[in-house]
Design a protein around this ligand. Structure first.
Ligand code: F6P
Length: 323
């Protein structure tokens, strides 16, 4: 292994830069040259790369976003796009590829391996924490800390005005951000994609709590939950709870930005280091993770198809501690 390429793809996540730094510095330590690919798989198709040396990754461990930029490449979803990318890797004499991203990124990597025999390993970079084969993904801890900070601020207004707030957080298919934000911010209720939350049950609980004189409520809504987002839920509840002052807030892309937490920086550093060791050990077609503090290796197939869901006891606990 003499020359590797590195890219970030899909939604950016805080900690991606720390992972880039760790990959580059570990590789250079092992006498491997690293080529950074700009704009994810789009850059791989266009051959948009530049060599990364140690100084190129200095002063980035604390920065959000990704210095390599990212994209959700439509062209790479086609066999022709992947063929071009593989030809470029071949012509550029790249022996290994490290991709950092979520499920879509892993799917692309799996195709590159199966169709063109590219040695490729993946690191879980997504705020959603929905990747099978790792306890946590890069960016999740920062995202929930950002969300909790926002909910704490909304709490002041909710309390002062005795209002009910529906607060929408990210997670199209996954409730991890909502569940952890809800628990950490002491919310009254959490709408999750993994649970068949009924609006009727929520309204019942709310009525009971109002009788107990609970005057304000913070409800966390995962964007992908089956009852709709915060706006839809608020509309529905306004019809039934006319006397309550209901507001909504959508935290949105605030959750994807900002300086990574110490936890995310450490996770990213470990995963970047594991990635180079894995390639040197001859591992390929695998997603790298951290499970109980140890490196873990999961085939892309399993990482993509197996569903990782919040533990049931966490969901139960959230309910017990809430309304
Ligand atoms: O997968 C990460 C994520 O932030 C999801 O939580 C969210 O649904 C989606 O990306 C938004 O993607 P985009 O920024 O491309 O609209």
């Amino acid at each position: 292994m003499k020359r590797i390429a590195l890219l970030t793809s899909g939604g950016d996540a805080p900690g991606m830069n720390a992972a880039i730094r760790a990959v580059v510095r570990t590789a250079i330590y092992k006498n491997i040259s690293v080529f950074g690919v700009n704009r994810g798989y789009s850059g791989l198709i266009d051959g948009d790369v530049k060599q990364l040396l140690k100084p190129d990754v200095a002063n980035i461990i604390h920065k959000g976003g990704t210095i390599l930029k990212t994209a959700r490449s439509e062209a790479f979803r086609t066999p022709e796009g992947r063929q071009k990318a593989a030809e470029f890797l071949d012509a550029f004499e790249i022996d290994g590829l490290v991709v950092i991203g979520g499920n879509g990124t892993y799917t692309g990597a799996k195709f590159l391996y199966e169709e063109h025999g590219v040695n490729v390993v993946g690191l879980p970079g997504t705020i959603d924490n929905d990747i099978f084969g790792t306890d946590f993904t890069i960016g999740f801890d920062t995202a929930i800390n950002t969300a909790v900070e926002a909910v704490d601020k909304i709490r002041d207004t909710a309390d002062s005005h005795s209002r009910l707030f529906f607060i929408e957080v990210m997670g199209r298919h996954s409730g991890y951000i909502a569940l952890h934000t809800g628990i950490a911010s002491g919310s009254s209720y959490i709408f999750l994609p993994e649970v068949d939350n009924s609006v009727e049950k929520f309204i019942e609980l709310l009525k009971k709590s109002t009788r107990r004189n609970k005057l304000f409520n913070l409800v966390i809504v995962a964007e992908g939950n089956t009852n709709g987002g915060a706006t839809e839920l608020s509309k529905r509840c306004k019809e039934e709870l006319g006397e309550i002052d209901i507001k909504t807030a959508i935290i949105g892309h605030l959750q994807r930005g900002g300086s990574p937490t110490a936890s995310d920086r450490i996770l990213s550093s470990k995963l970047g280091y594991y990635a180079i060791n894995a390639l040197l050990d001859g591992k390929t077609n695998v997603a790298i993770g951290s499970v109980n503090g140890e490196p873990s290796y999961t085939s892309f197939e399993d990482a993509i198809t197996k569903k990782k869901s919040p533990q049931n006891f966490m969901i139960d606990m959230a309910e017990i501690l809430a309304l």
